[in-house]
Ligand binder design. Structure first.
Ligand code: G6P
Length: 615
């Protein structure tokens, strides 16, 4: 969602900000804008892509005369996507401008007050209200801008990451956050600073970053960074060193990030296991779990909270934890959990799964569970993001930056980490026999090679995609461990190709979806040779009897399904519990190829955001 980029230093700000906004495009947005101090405070903004903004600025004079600027990509919440609602927003006297990510919930009341005082607004946004409010406070209190920001934020309800630029000092940016991400990159010798929603626009300049915490206000003035809380308590900025490489956020020869990330999975799964698992010695160590193992082992139950693809990984985890560790598990959509007055006990362990570590609902679910005394464990990909910082402990998935909006390698890394936790706990509490445990470690280690083999089906999947690219609906069916994979396959197709798709447990098909089946309906079965294989074959028969067109994911050498299906895609055989790591891959590729063939913007599908930072 909304992306923030800002720069102050000795270089030209405009190219740095434009490049930064392009790096943030993956987050999802509908308009873009920039403010520069170039002989005045000038705001340039436009509905559409960053490229469209650049195009209209081609003949603009003085763009390259500013060493300070703020930029924004907007994902509409209050007010439709148009030029006026795009950020930055000026204050009433145009002395300053703001960019904002988040939602100011009490903006309506604040706006009404300001209108009564004679303020006029150019947009429908809550963000414009905030900058007018700050200005109003500054005028009334006759205080510094940073003090006005502080006072305003004590009265604001909602979430925000903001950056303010002002005519009063061309070497000053003021930023603050609560609930929405903001990272500050510290350039060499502290002569320049970069602010952004995540580290991707920053890492080509510096790997030293400061993560702003909730309720903190940062002032960068004359090359110095100071941080205070909104209670006016000074904080010492803590500089983290990022390990991210620039290549990790570039396409590396692939036409789309999504394809690159699908093909990266042997590596990303390996990275999620690296240093943690050793099948030959039987060692399985997750640093974040060591101290807290007993908290898990004595838990009455595990609650998993997540959204989207991460929720699907949570469903796989439910099967894994219950099978191997025999600990009861409940998997919840974070957005439902937080509002349904759930029973949470001190003896519960809550696992929050999130690729971005910034999903607002997941973050709020964590806060709720924390307030009830539960122990919170995070499984996140983005190092230093809000969720890993809000949890009691956690394990990073180490899949590397995921840029494609449709999550792929993050899912398989999540499942890998969750499988490791389940095995570790199962061994500790004696629910897995040693021989089975060792066998599973071997199979887990072999998975990367098997994913490599699975990726070889790409050509054949492209062929199948071409046949079904015009379909209006798809059904995805699986059982057991492959049921969440069916959900994930359907989600991938919906997200990027805009074809309606539903995932279902294969046996549930008879209770509804079977009514949809006719010769027009492609049905994707995940029919690997596991404990429900025979049952799935019966379900395939039922679809065949109704002339549905069957695409089946099967194990290598399968003969039975081959006789029934119109198309088969073969994947290697592994332990049933690890099958999702393989069976999801052809579904990712199928969605990808269909979307490309339909001319869809695969990496930035319409209306979607990579990290959903508002509820
Ligand atoms: C958005 C993304 C999905 C993702 C979901 C949860 O909807 O488009 O790909 O699965 O958020 O995100 P998280 O970062 O918490 O895993």
């Amino acid at each position: 969602m909304c992306g923030i980029v800002a720069y102050v230093g000795y270089r030209e700000a405009y190219p740095i900000i434009v490049k930064g906004l392009k790096r943030l495009e993956y987050r999802g947005y509908d308009s873009a804008g920039i403010a520069l101090l170039n002989g005045g405070l000038n705001v340039y903004k436009k509905k559409g892509k960053v490229q469209e903004l650049e195009n209209i600025l081609q003949n603009e004079a003085h763009l390259y005369q500013s060493k300070i600027g703020i930029g924004h990509t907007r994902w509409a919440t209050h007010g439709e996507p148009n030029d006026d609602n795009a950020h930055p927003h000026y204050s009433a006297n145009k002395r300053m401008a703001i960019i904002h990510n988040g939602i100011i919930e009490n903006y309506d009341a604040l706006k009404q007050d300001l209108i009564n005082k004679g303020h006029e607004f150019e947009s429908d946004t809550d963000s414009e209200v905030l900058i007018h409010f700050i200005e109003d406070i500054q005028e009334n209190e006759q205080c510094s801008l940073e003090e006005a920001v502080r006072l305003a934020l004590t009265k604001v309800v909602g979430a925000y990451a903001i950056v303010i630029i002002s005519k009063e000092n061309d070497n000053q940016l003021i930023a603050a956050r609560k609930g929405s991400p903001l990272v500050i990159g510290v350039g060499q010798d502290q002569k320049e600073y970069f602010l952004a929603s995540d580290a991707t626009p920053i890492i080509e300049y510096t790997n030293e970053v400061v993560y702003l915490n909730d309720y903190e206000i940062a002032v960068i003035r004359n090359n110095e960074l100071s941080i205070r809380t909104i209670e006016d308590i000074p904080m010492t900025p803590y500089i983290h060193t990022l390990e991210m490489e620039l290549e990790a956020i570039e396409k590396g020869g692939y036409p789309h990030f999504m394809l690159k990330e699908i093909f990266e999975q042997p590596r990303s799964i390996y990275d999620s296991m690296r240093g943690r698992i050793n099948a030959s010695t039987g060692n399985l160590v997750l640093g974040g779990l060591i101290e807290h193992k007993n908290r898990f082992l004595s838990a009455d139950r595990i609650l998993i909270v997540a959204c989207g693809t991460s929720w699907h990984a949570g469903l796989v985890a439910e099967y894994l934890f219950e099978e191997f560790a025999r600990i009861p598990v409940e998997v919840e959509y974070a957005s439902e959990f937080r509002y349904r007055n759930p029973i949470i006990k001190e003896n519960d362990v809550v696992i929050a799964i999130s690729q971005s570590g910034e999903t607002a609902d997941t973050l709020a679910a964590i806060e709720l569970a924390k307030s009830k005394g539960a122990f919170i464990f995070g499984v996140c990909n983005v190092v230093g993001a809000s969720i890993p910082r809000a949890t009691d402990a956690g394990a990073y998935t180490h899949a590397g930056p995921e840029i494609g909006v449709a999550s792929t390698k993050a899912f398989t890394a999540q499942v890998t980490v969750l499988a490791m936790i389940a095995l570790l706990l199962g061994r500790q509490n004696g629910n897995i026999k040693e021989s089975r445990y060792h066998q599973l470690l071997v199979e887990l280690e072999n998975i990367t090679e098997q994913v490599e083999t699975t990726l070889k089906t790409d050509k054949q999947i492209k062929y199948i995609a071409d046949i079904f690219k015009e379909a209006r609906n798809f059904l995805y069916l699986g059982r057991g461990y492959n049921f969440p994979v069916a959900l994930e396959g359907a989600l991938k197709l919906k997200e990027i190709s805009y074809i309606h798709a539903e995932g279902y447990p294969a046996a549930e098909m008879k209770h509804g979806p079977i009514a949809l089946i006719d010769e027009e309906m492609p049905v994707v079965f995940i029919a690997t040779q596991d404990s429900s294989y025979e049952k799935v074959i019966s379900n395939i028969q039922e679809v065949k009897a109704r002339k549905g067109r069957i695409i089946a994911i099967v194990n290598e050498g399968d003969e039975e399904v081959r006789k029934l299906a119109d198309f088969i895609i073969e994947i290697p055989k592994t332990n049933e519990a690890l099958t999702p790591l393989l069976s999801v891959v052809p579904l990712q590729l199928l969605a990808y190829h269909i979307a490309v063939m339909r001319g869809c913007n695969v990496d930035q599908p319409r209306n979607l955001a990579k990290s959903v930072t508002v509820e």
